[in-house]
Every structure is written in structure tokens, then in C-alpha cells.
Write a protein that binds this ligand. Structure first.
Ligand code: 0X9
Ligand code: ZN
Length: 335
């Protein structure tokens, strides 16, 4: 059972509603906030912050930052982030381990970094030459500024090539931007954008990492059952704190049954989230690739099992992503 008790994937408006409701029900502990920049289609990007005396952001506590959907079709990424936020608030009130850990930290959760893309995927309808499936499988954001026609109509979905337009937010960060494993072609699913941080979605994430004491960060994706750490490109030296960084990744992987490895071992990328955040701030960042084999499979098996550690082979009975997130939180509490 998930902390919310939900049994289906949220739609975009349900995320915003649930965050505002969580804040309303937990005054002083949970605050909902809007990130500085609206998206290309004008959507707000909403997050929650969870801490005792939540308004007192200069209390010096380490910030543990959890992100959901960068990639539109990776719906479980948003669900895991949202459920984690609910778990933190519930766990604090219930007492015990989570009360202690929440008391020592600040927790920022942004379930939907890319709401334009997610909304197209979640509400997919056929359009022009594209089937419903095409839109459901959209990955990128809705930067259509390279197309005067698309820009005029204002909605990347309405453009004939709409689902292929946009920048890959996980190739747009400044870390190693311009290198291997990212495309210069606007129609590629790994299009890096016109420059580092050319997108409001990545600038929003930067505003948190640069302005707050983010010591620990998890960015959620699907799929492949992986716990990934820097560097994302083979042609870079491992970080000096690699042994401790690896140990934390391995510990989390023992909970969810995933494989822990440096992300270049999967394939090269440049411009990904933690390849910027780690090398910019030294805070540890991990990409979780949630689930064995689908971008968004049936809700009941996938999301519940991966979150709670109920079914997946090696992680069964070890607590799943819930317990992996608690390990990350405990690490932040010690920093
Ligand atoms: O390609 C990505 O952005 C991530 N995979 S996904 O299927 N969710 O798109 C993986 C990024 C991990 N980094 C590296 N493999 N270097
Ligand atoms: Zn992804």
C-alpha cells in the first residue's frame, strides 16, 4: 500500500492539488511553493518543502532534494516523489525513525519538473499524423521556439511534429554540456537544447541546488532497475569521494534490488542533472531508474511494488524505494 492509498496514476492537476492539500493539512511542517519560472506553455512547477519550522529556511539544516518527472512518459517517477513527500509528513507525525530524520533535515520534493511534457503524455490523444501512443511516449519538454509556426500556436502538441519537438531536460544542465551522449538535432529525443540551462525546467532545478544547502539529491526516471551515480560520461575521472559515494549507492540498491553503478557504464550522457549538481556543489546525486522494463506499466504491480519493496526479485522484503529514500535521508541528516 502506498502512503496515499492511491491505485492509479495521477494526472497533472492532481499533483498540484495533492501538494497544496498536504501543505494545508500540515501547517508549519509542509509548505507548497512555486518555482521561479513558468514553463514554455506557461505552467507553474510546484514543489513541497518539509521540515520543522518549515518557513525558517536559514536554519542551517542539510537539504535532501527529490525530483520526479524530467521525462514526460516516465510516470512512476512522479508517483514515487509524491508518495515520498506524503510519507515524510505522515512519518513525522507518527513518530519513530522518520520523525527523528525529518527533524534533522529539510526535504524538498518536486514531483513534476516537466509538467508540459507530462501533461501531453498523461492526457494523450491522437493528433494529425500521430497516434495516441506517440504522444503518450513523449519524452522532452515543450520548447518549440525553433519553429515559428509552433511558437505562434503556442502548444507543441498542436504542431505537426509536436511530439518530437522540445529539449531533453536531462541533457540541458551545464555539466559537460556539449559532449558525448546528447544530440544537436531538435527532433532527437536527446536534444541538448541551444545552450546549457536554455530551458526554464532546468533553471528551476538550478535555483534550488544553487540557493539552498542541497547535500543529497535523487532524480527519478524509468526504467532499468538502476541506482546511478556520477560521472555520466566515461571520459571523466571518478570523484575523489567515490568510495563513500559508491557505498551509499550500494546501500540503497540493496533495498530496492537494483544494480548500483556509475552512469557512464549504462551509456554516455552529458548535461544530466547530477553531472551538473555534483561537480558544481559536491552534493551527492543519484539517478534511480525505477522498474524493470516499462516507462509506465500497470500501476498496481509496478508502482506499489517498487515503492514498498513487495515484489521485485532482489528487493523483495528489503523495503523498496521507500527504504532507499530513507537511507538517503539518513545520510543527509548526518551531513
Ligand atoms: O538517458 C537518460 O536521461 C536516463 N535514462 S532514461 O531512460 N530515463 O532516459 C539515464 C541517464 C543516466 N546517465 C547516464 N547513463 N550517463
Ligand atoms: Zn528518464
Amino acid at each position: 500500500v502506498l502512503p496515499s492509498g492511491r491505485t492509479s496514476y495521477r494526472r497533472h492537476y492532481e499533483y498540484d492539488f495533492d501538494m497544496k492539500e498536504l501543505a494545508r493539512n500540515n501547517p508549519g511542517l509542509v509548505k507548497a511553493f512555486t518555482l521561479p519560472e513558468p514553463t514554455w506553455e506557461g505552467r507553474d512547477v510546484v514543489g513541497v518543502e518539509i521540515a520543522t519550522n518549515v518557513e525558517n529556511i536559514r536554519d542551517g539544516k542539510a537539504v535532501n532534494f527529490t525530483m520526479g518527472i524530467h521525462h514526460a512518459r516516465e510516470w512512476p517517477a512522479g508517483e514515487h516523489a509524491m508518495e515520498w513527500a506524503i510519507e515524510l509528513a505522515k512519518g513525522y507525525k507518527a513518530g519513530g525513525e522518520l520523525r527523528t530524520l525529518v527533524g534533522k533535515t529539510r526535504n524538498i520534493v518536486v514531483p513534476i519538473v516537466n509538467p508540459d511534457g507530462f501533461n501531453i503524455s498523461r492526457e494523450a490523444e491522437p493528433k494529425g499524423d500521430f497516434t495516441r501512443f506517440d504522444y503518450e511516449m513523449k519524452r522532452k519538454n515543450c520548447n518549440v521556439s525553433d519553429s515559428p509556426e509552433a511558437f505562434r500556436t503556442g502548444v507543441c502538441k498542436a504542431n505537426p511534429a509536436g511530439r518530437l519537438r522540445g529539449t531533453d531536460p536531462n541533457r540541458n544542465y551545464a555539466g559537460f554540456w556539449g559532449g558525448a551522449g546528447a544530440s544537436t538535432a531538435w527532433s532527437s529525443d536527446t536534444f541538448r537544447g541551444s545552450g546549457p540551462f536554455s530551458e526554464p525546467e532546468t533553471r528551476n532545478v538550478r535555483s534550488i541546488v544553487s540557493n539552498r544547502q542541497v547535500t543529497n539529491l535523487i532524480t527519478l526516471h524509468t526504467y532499468s532497475n538502476l541506482v546511478l551515480r556520477v560521472p555520466g560520461v566515461a571520459d571523466v575521472r571518478p570523484p575523489l569521494d567515490e568510495p563513500a559515494y559508491k557505498a551509499l549507492g550500494d546501500k540503497m540498491a540493496s533495498r530496492n534490488g537494483y544494480t548500483s553503478q556509475p552512469s557512464w557504464a549504462l551509456y554516455d550522457t552529458t548535461g544530466s542533472t547530477e553531472d551538473w549538481s555534483y561537480f558544481a556543489t559536491g552534493g551527492w546525486g543519484f539517478t534511480f531508474e525505477v522498474g524493470p522494463n516499462e516507462f509506465h506499466g500497470p500501476f498496481a504491480d509496478g508502482v506499489v511494488a517498487e515503492y514498498a519493496g513487495l515484489a521485485p526479485a532482489a528487493g523483495a522484503g528489503k523495503g523498496g524505494n521507500r527504504q532507499a529514500f530513507i537511507d538517503m535521508l539518513a545520510n543527509a541528516a548526518d551531513s
